[in-house]
Design a protein around this ligand. Sequence first.
Ligand SMILES: [Zn+2]
Length: 383
Amino acid sequence: MLQLVRSGAAATTSEIATLMSVARSTVAERIELLVRNGLLVPDGEVALGRGRPPMRYAFNAGAGLVLAVQLGMSGSRVAITDLSAQVLMSRTVDVNLSLGPHRVFATVLDTLDEHLLAIGAARDQLRGVGLGIPGSTELAAVRTTGRRGPRQWEAFDVSGHMRGALEVPVYVDQDVNLMALAEQRSSFPNARVFACVKVGTTIGCGIVINGQVFRGGTGLAGAIAHTPVKGSTAQCDCGNLGCLNATASGAALVTRLRRADGESALSARELSQRAAAGDIEAIQAIRQGGRELGEVLAGVVNLLNPEALAVWGYLDDAGDYLLAGVRESIYTGALPAASESVTIAHAALGDDAGVQGAATAVLEEILTPSVVDGWIYHAETRA
Ligand SMILES: [Zn+2]
């Protein structure tokens, strides 16, 4: 019933009863329980003319909170959302993964408490935690230096650690999968086959098919970062030469430009701003990176025939140059019929894409009949 109201499929007792083929009295009883526990709220009456108008009900997204986190190689996003994955508070914290998981999660929990304080809420209102982490290859390459329990990320039980700290269900997935989920839900709800490419410190691709994240046989689907690019011999973290990651990621583009003009440290964001300001070398580096990315994505388009492909990245200011390069390669490298039918666009959600996806994923896990029954049982027996 909650799902029917949440999705907008039904709003009144009789609509729910019809859709579920159960007696109205059964529905009424259950609605009363959901209203008493704050999960549904009366939402006005339906004007129908004669007789007592039926009451409409709406899902109460304020009935709980979700902690949504995206751990990044350069900065992590920590957010609180309501039960409809709407971001209430969100901030990027400057915490380096090389400090080790204990230090990183201590910072995440401190930020959670700051957010809760700011909105006048408490930890016991949390219903779940959604967590996006970098790909396993990237995580394994992080050299931890933390003194307090300097454990390697690959040996660390992320989910168990957070469940132990907050005592709510925890959902962990790769960040690109969660970004893809959020982008698909918000910008391309009708796309049955959708891919979202993240161009950050590293490159990754999340795939959503028929509304579900597609992970492949062992969770490695979309690892395009390690697809070789024609003519490239750049050394990659994975041990191979010429991987897309080593030639077109934010980090690689910065190195490329640095080599060209002999200049020192520049961040991917600065590179992007320079291109936006008209710096020819920066524009050329980004456009060439886009071509190389597009070369690999042409294969993705041929394989999956997606209806939409979104590109998310730190190169936002100069995103058009990147997209121009991507389009150029896809139109020459993919089957014309497949490339003509795919919409290639900027991701729309910006910095909160990952946390919104993390919240969406954990909510889909917890707003199920058995979990909701558990909340209600707990609340009713306590009262
Ligand atoms: Zn590689």
